[in-house]
Design a protein around this ligand. Structure first.
Ligand code: F0G
Length: 451
């Protein structure tokens, strides 16, 4: 298992190419579809050629006690499952991964589910799940000698890329939609020294401009069309299985934007199963915001066979994406695992985010779609009480503090969005009070609002 024998396989036409032969836009020269990293013969390995699952599980656990940077990374700890580098000395790591799997006891109780967990990817070094993908793909960029890396982003990819590029001594170029990303994320790109361009377009427009640029300039593209990103982003599958003593949850619920993360996690669980490390795959469901739901529409209108881009509108700016690049991969994951694809309203997202917050787990609005989706699935009896469910929380609450403050000040949602949910929302709101600077006034405020 120490062989760097990966190749890239086109997801559309099945064409196989060497990793170093990929075009700068990572599109297949034959059919234009995306590639997937493939490790020849893993599923066919038999006898002594097959990795010993027990030995791997032991090794990965041992590495948690190691003082080596590579072992301390929750991505490279599993490096036998992502042999994409010639030389691990090129790995650029901020000790990403190894994120907590929290029990959500209150939400479980109110939903009548026995086992509900949140895998909090917002606890990564730059505060989002993008770090796991970035350590993988940026290390490849470094190994291949690039000086510049670039991405179009709704904010988190750019924050992660800028940080990892800075660590590696590479320059980074960020294209973001003007005025449409959360401040925390923009601040990160600036802090980590990226050249940040705010374009007067949306995320999908930024993607188009960047595709044009990388075709002509020696700049390494780090959007999730880059298949190495998904190799890093598949590792939470290993962490979740490990945390559950190598059983898998019944159901994993993931937010859907550009649809790479759901694809990556599906790949992770598929490979764990092929290699005999787990017995089955979880059901994987993808939740989108109602105003940015091209995949939901694709399932509703065309059984996932075609996707029509939409103009995306949602306050969950991370998933404000109308033309998701990895939609075919996500369709396969949902279909292979009997998952669901549904959307949730702005009100449902805001309430779910506040409920997670009230359990001590802050996250981005884009992450809260998972709990909002679970509530719907449970109401429709698509999730049973005995199932073990994991919600994938993708980003940290501090990324988008404005959203949270607006919710608690009652300035986030419009009156018509609040209608019918007043009691629920008021029960969750915790606005700050202006109080006289004396103990009596503070205690009165505390007692008056203890409920
Ligand atoms: N949640 C957060 C917090 C995100 O930042 C993103 C994507 C998603 C969910 C959706 O994941 O695209 O793999 O389906 N953010 C990207 C960015 C697009 O540029 O940061 P996906």
């Amino acid at each position: 298992m120490n062989d760097n024998l990966h190749q890239l396989r086109c997801f559309g036409c099945g064409d196989r190419i060497a990793g170093s032969d990929a075009r700068p836009d990572f599109r297949c020269a034959q059919c234009g579809d995306l590639f997937e990293v493939e490790y020849a013969g893993w599923s066919l390995r038999q006898g002594t050629n097959r990795p010993n699952p027990g030995a791997l599980k032991w090794l990965w656990r041992e590495r948690r006690c190691s003082s080596e940077a590579l072992d301390q990374s929750g991505v490279w700890r599993f490096r036998e499952l992502l042999p994409i580098l010639e030389n691990y000395g090129n790995a650029v790591t901020l000790r990403e991964g190894n994120t907590p799997l929290y029990a959500l006891t209150r939400a479980a109780r109110s939903l009548g589910i026995d086992q509900l967990f949140a895998k909090h990817q917002g606890m990564n070094p730059t505060g989002s799940f993008k770090d796991t993908g970035m350590t993988a793909a940026l290390s490849v960029a470094k190994e291949r000698g690039f000086e510049w890396v670039a991405c179009a982003s709704t904010g988190n990819t750019s924050a992660a890329m800028a940080a990892y590029a800075a660590r590696a001594g590479l320059r980074s170029l960020v294209l973001i939609p003007d005025g449409k990303i959360a401040w925390g994320k923009l601040a990160q790109a600036m802090d980590y020294g990226a050249v940040t361009c705010q374009l007067k377009t949306d995320f999908d427009g930024c993607v188009k401009v960047l595709a044009e640029i990388v075709r002509h300039e020696p700049i390494y593209l780090l959007n999730s069309v880059n298949p190495y990103r998904l190799e890093g982003q598949k590792t939470p599958a290993m962490e979740i299985a490990e945390a559950l003593e190598w059983s898998v949850p019944d159901h994993l619920i993931v937010p859907g934007g550009n649809l790479a993360n759901s694809s990556a996690l599906g790949k992770g669980f598929r490979e764990l199963k092929e290699l005999g490390l787990v017995a089955r795959m979880p059901r994987i469901s993808v939740i989108q915001a109602e105003g940015a739901n091209p995949l939901v529409r694709s399932f509703a209108n065309r059984h996932g066979s075609e996707l029509e881009p939409v103009e995306a509108h949602t306050r969950a700016s991370a998933i404000r994406i109308g033309n998701p690049a990895s939609w075919r991969k996500a369709v396969r994951v949902i279909q292979d695992t009997d998952g669901w694809c549904l959307d949730v309203t702005e009100t449902e997202i805001a309430i779910a985010k506040a409920e997670l917050g009230a359990e001590g787990l802050g996250c981005e609005p884009a992450s809260a779609v998972t709990l909002a989706g679970l509530k719907k699935l449970r109401a429709d009896e698509k999730v049973s009480a005995g199932e073990t469910v994991v919600l994938l929380l993708t980003g940290h609450t501090l990324k988008d503090a404005d959203y949270t403050i607006d919710f608690h000040r009652r300035t986030l949602l419009k009156e018509q969005e609040i209608a019918g949910h007043e009691a629920e929302i008021d029960g969750l709101r915790r606005n700050a009070f202006a109080v006289e600077a004396n103990p009596t006034a503070v205690l009165a405020a505390m007692r008056g609002n203890a409920g």
